[in-house]
Structure formats: structure tokens, C-alpha cells
Write a protein that binds this ligand. Structure first.
Ligand code: GLN
Length: 273
């Protein structure tokens, strides 16, 4: 697994005994105003980069890190491989996309571990595609067989007739105050949302859950079929997750948003919806 020593910490290295990461003391305040509401770093826990990271999912972590730091928040990224315990004291948990077999393996390990289900009681969870599906009660395995998920989000997935591949545009539930979503999807799974969750968005281009809706959320647990990675193209969604974890955020200086805005405009122009 690629690592950036000194920035991203894994809870243990290969061959070492698993050791849950400990919060680091907050460094002295920088030129950014420190965020009044936090005395400890915002812990961003990326779950299973070794199994669930087929679509540049690290980009979601990088975007959260950057947008938090630009608000003066101290951030501690924690990478948890599939042979390591999931720490329970994270603020935002991230899970990415994956192929069918790694997804089944990830679900099995996460069920045995129990850490994510425990953390989801109070923390923010953001999950993409395979990660999204495995938050639910079940999903379709490599032969389409039902595989038990984590039961954290009231969704149920199975295998659809055709893969949904391509650009996706979706209008977000107005209750969330996030601009339209732009992303790329590549999945066979279709997802039904139960009464305990709400659709994240309505699809205007693409497949999403397969019934005209896209993604789902309940409380501070949110899943989506969007890759891209989703938060790179959708900074409003990144800020929603950050605000769920850290409280209201000041807007960013437009100069800091230049590349984000360019990418987003370019993708939206390429996919007229
Ligand atoms: N294996 C799952 C599916 O095909 C998820 C794929 C993905 O994460 N892109 O539905």
C-alpha cells in the first residue's frame, strides 16, 4: 500500500502487531484561525485501502484533509488495512469502491471486527460503491449470491441485469443543501432503500441505485455510487461531511477553490443534464 510517511499513519505496518492509532497532541496554532470547537485533531479513518480503493478513493481523504486544514482544523488521517482493527474513536470514516471478491472479504472482516458498526453510532461515515453496498443488510457477491453486510444503513443491494458504467449527475435531497452531484459510476449492484434511510439524490444522468435514486443517508451515515472521486468533484458534499463532524464551517477563499471549480465546471459541461 502506498504511504506518505509522516503524514498518513497506518495503525500498524506489515508483520507488526496491530496497534490502534492514538490521537496526537494538537500542534501550536498556525496562521489559520483555529477552530473554536475542537481541542483534538479531526480523525479521518480510511478503512481498508488495501481492499477498497479501486477508483482513486484516496482523493476523498485528501479533499477532506485539505478542506479541513483550510478552515484551521487540525487533521489526523488514519489508514486501516484489512488485517488491522478499526479504531472506534474516529470522526469521519471513509470506505471506497472495490471489486466483487475484495468487497466480500472486506464485509467479512468488518463484521468480525465490529469497530465500524460501533463507531457509526456517533461518527460520520462516507462510503462509495462497494463500501456503500456493504453498509447495508446484504449485497450481491461475485456470483450474485446474497452476502451479509454490516447493517449500518437501511439499504439492501443485489446484482442488476447490466453494469452501470459512465458519468452520473444527480440532484441532492434539498434538506442537505448540497449542489448537484457529478461523478463516475461503475457497478453491477442495484440498491433498494428501506424506511430507515433516505435517498441522497435523484439521478438525472446515469444509473445510481437503479430506481431513479442515487445513494442513501441516515443520520450522519452516507453512501453513494459516485466515484470520481466523489468529493473531488463535489466539494459541497465534502463540506457537508466535515460540518457533520466539526460543526459549521466558514466559506473558503475563492482563490483556494480555483482548481476545484475548474474541474467541476469542466465535468458538468461535459455531461449536459
Ligand atoms: N462490486 C460492486 C458492484 O459491481 C461494487 C463495484 C464498485 O465498487 N465500483 O456492484
Amino acid at each position: 500500500m502506498p504511504r506518505e510517511p509522516g503524514r498518513h499513519r497506518s495503525t500498524s505496518g506489515p508483520g507488526q502487531p496491530p496497534a490502534p492509532a492514538r490521537p496526537q497532541p494538537a500542534p501550536a496554532s498556525s496562521h489559520h484561525a483555529s477552530h473554536a470547537r475542537r481541542s483534538s485533531p479531526l480523525r479521518l479513518v480510511w478503512i481498508y485501502p488495501d481492499l477498497l480503493s479501486t477508483y482513486g478513493d484516496r482523493g476523498n481523504l485528501l479533499v477532506l484533509e485539505r478542506r479541513a486544514r483550510l478552515r484551521g482544523l487540525d487533521v489526523e488521517p488514519v489508514l486501516v488495512n484489512s488485517d488491522q482493527p478499526v479504531p472506534r474513536q474516529g470522526d469521519i470514516y471513509l470506505m471506497g469502491g472495490g471489486e466483487d471478491l475484495p468487497q466480500v472479504l472486506a464485509a467479512r472482516r468488518l463484521r468480525q471486527d465490529g469497530g465500524l458498526a460501533a463507531a457509526a453510532q456517533g461518527s460520520v461515515v462516507f462510503a462509495v460503491c462497494a463500501g456503500y453496498q456493504l453498509l447495508g443488510s446484504e449485497f450481491g457477491g461475485e456470483e450474485g449470491q446474497p452476502v451479509p453486510g454490516l447493517g449500518i444503513l437501511d439499504i439492501r443491494s443485489g446484482r442488476g441485469e447490466r453494469r452501470g458504467v459512465g458519468e452520473i449527475l444527480a440532484e441532492v435531497d434539498p434538506a442537505l443543501g448540497v449542489p448537484r452531484l457529478s461523478g463516475f459510476e461503475n457497478h453491477q449492484g442495484v440498491t433498494q432503500i428501506g424506511p430507515g434511510a433516505r435517498p441522497l439524490a435523484r439521478v438525472s444522468v446515469g444509473v445510481g441505485n437503479g430506481d431513479g435514486t442515487e445513494g442513501a443517508y441516515a443520520g450522519r451515515v452516507l453512501g453513494t455510487y459516485l466515484h470520481g472521486p466523489a468529493l473531488v468533484r463535489n466539494p459541497g458534499l465534502a463540506d457537508l461531511l466535515l460540518s457533520w463532524a466539526a460543526g459549521p464551517l466558514p466559506p473558503l477563499d475563492p482563490a483556494a477553490e480555483e482548481w476545484t471549480t475548474r474541474l467541476r465546471d469542466q465535468r458538468l459541461a461535459a455531461v449536459p443534464g
